[in-house]
Design a protein around this ligand. Structure first.
Ligand SMILES: NC(=O)c1ccc[n+]([C@@H]2O[C@H](COP(=O)([O-])OP(=O)(O)OC[C@H]3O[C@@H](n4cnc5c(N)ncnc54)[C@H](O)[C@@H]3O)[C@@H](O)[C@H]2O)c1
Length: 437
């Protein structure tokens, strides 16, 4: 059967379904379509499927032109109908994997997608799970759920885990040129899933099992979380010692080996780095092991908004002001520069903590015109010289490239810069005005 499937893939007589058309699923669906595969994108959100079908992208990394090209070359159609699974050959699952209220893994989106997929599963189907999850999910949950269809994984249908590594906003590494790890439940599964991806992506890295593939993704993101926590704690320690953390990092980075730069900030955000390591520590807790480094890193990173507010209070104090009653403008509520994703963004906690202390807070973010913050919907305010002049403190929480930092510092009375975005501005301009993290 494997050779037969490979032939169909080569002839592009092979339809791919991408389930979940968000930051991960849409770029992947576009890549397959651009590679000449007919693609059916399935999402429960009709607004997204309607947008795709009318050629409108809602993901900054995908332009309307990319979408149109994908539609022309492969034939990308979007639908909310799971029954379309019956007409495809491969199913790639890219649904969310957030945390529950108690900060445990919430795999309900995977389970709900599987319960639909299972109904239409047929012989020869290839299934790849891309959603980040704890080690064991594919073997222990996905496999038995799909086998309820009466088909056997590894022989009747093929199953693998292939972590998505996309870095939204990254212009150098995209879904196409970021190597793709694939671990199947058996050799045939790894082989056919790797073959499929290798037709549209530059490099595929097959590994020996689903668990290795699942764990490799969690190692990558735990590595980032721990190193960001180290950078954040360095910022706190440098402040106590009266040293500029940014200068320290740049000096350390001149070592040509054994060091990699990570920067501090107001915390960590996004759908991955703050969450994924907790999937791993949760799994280990069920096996009576306490993943200490993950817990400590998470504690440091989630405490950063409180630290930022402390720095703001100190800075206002220097200007004979209290937080209570101050007018504060937060610049950037996306979790990182040049994206519109606000999930887990620390700016939200910074605003909430300032409001608890009695500050009046507005925000500006060119990528996020409206957002629900501290229980209320608000609009991004205009960033004008007058507004900056009338604000007691401006906090740079996201260093979007479009901001004119010189204009901001020139007009603001006080700036707390959590991202070193004001680097390079003249010392005369920033002295007495800019407080760095
Ligand atoms: N965003 C990233 O940078 C990134 C990077 C690597 C890995 N990941 C992982 O990829 C997965 C998806 O993340 P994302 O950022 O694309 O999420 P997202 O929220 O942007 O997109 C998920 C999509 O799935 C849809 N969906 C939810 N339940 C569904 C269901 N039962 N059936 C069909 N569609 C459903 C949602 O409507 C949404 O459009 C997560 O596991 C995440 O951890 C994300």
């Amino acid at each position: 059967m494997i050779d037969e499937l490979k032939k169909k893939i080569d002839e592009r007589n092979y339809k791919v379904a991408v389930v979940g058309l968000g930051y991960v699923g849409l770029p992947l669906a576009v890549e397959f379509a651009k590679g000449g595969f007919p693609v059916v994108g399935i999402d429960i959100d009709r607004k997204k499927t309607d947008a795709i079908n009318s050629g409108r992208s809602y993901i900054p990394d995908i332009s309307d032109r990319d979408l149109k090209r994908a539609q022309e070359e492969g034939g990308l159609v979007a639908t909310t109908e799971f029954s379309r699974i019956g007409e495809v050959d491969a199913i790639i699952i890219c649904v969310p994997t957030p945390l529950s209220k108690t900060r445990d893994p919430d795999i309900s989106y995977i389970m709900s997608a599987l319960s639909e997929i299972k109904k239409y599963l047929k012989r020869g189907h290839v299934v790849s799970l891309e959603s980040t999850t704890y080690p064991g999910t594919t073997d222990e949950l996905v496999r038995p759920t799909l086998e309820k269809s009466g088909l056997k994984a590894g022989t009747d249908f093929y199953l693998a885990f292939s972590p998505e590594r996309i870095d939204p906003g990254n212009r150098v590494y995209t879904v196409k040129n970021t190597p793709k790890v694939v671990g199947g439940i058996n050799k045939d599964s790894t082989e056919i899933v790797s073959y499929l991806y290798s037709r549209v992506l530059e490099k595929v890295v097959p590994v020996s099992s689903c668990k290795v593939a699942e764990m490799s993704k969690l190692l990558e993101n735990t590595f980032r979380s721990i190193n960001i926590a180290l950078a954040n704690e360095m910022a706190i320690m440098c402040n106590i010692l009266g040293v500029d953390v940014w200068e320290v990092i740049e000096a350390a980075a001149t070592k040509p080996f054994g060091f990699m730069k990570f920067y501090p900030g107001p915390g960590i955000g996004g759908h991955c780095i703050p969450i994924d390591p907790l999937y791993l520590s949760w799994k280990l807790r069920t096996l009576n092991y306490n993943a200490r480094m993950i817990e400590v890193a998470s504690e440091i990173n989630t405490s950063m908004p409180r630290y930022v507010v402390e720095r703001v209070a100190d800075a206002l104090n220097e200007h004979m002001k209290s937080v209570k009653g101050s007018k504060i403008l937060v610049l950037g509520i996306a979790y990182k520069k040049d994206v519109n994703d606000t999930r887990e963004s620390p700016a939200f906690d910074v605003i909430k903590l300032l409001e608890i202390k009695g500050a009046s807070v507005e925000y500006n973010d060119p990528f996020v015109p409206r957002a629900r913050i501290n229980g209320h919907f608000r609009d991004s305010v205009e960033l004008t010289g007058d507004r900056l002049k009338q604000t007691d403190c401006v906090i740079i929480t996201t260093d979007h490239s479009v901001y004119d930092y010189e204009f901001i510092v020139k007009n603001a009375r006080l700036v707390v810069d959590t991202k070193n975005a004001t680097k390079g501005l003249s010392e005369n301009l920033i002295r007495g005005k800019v407080v760095k993290l």
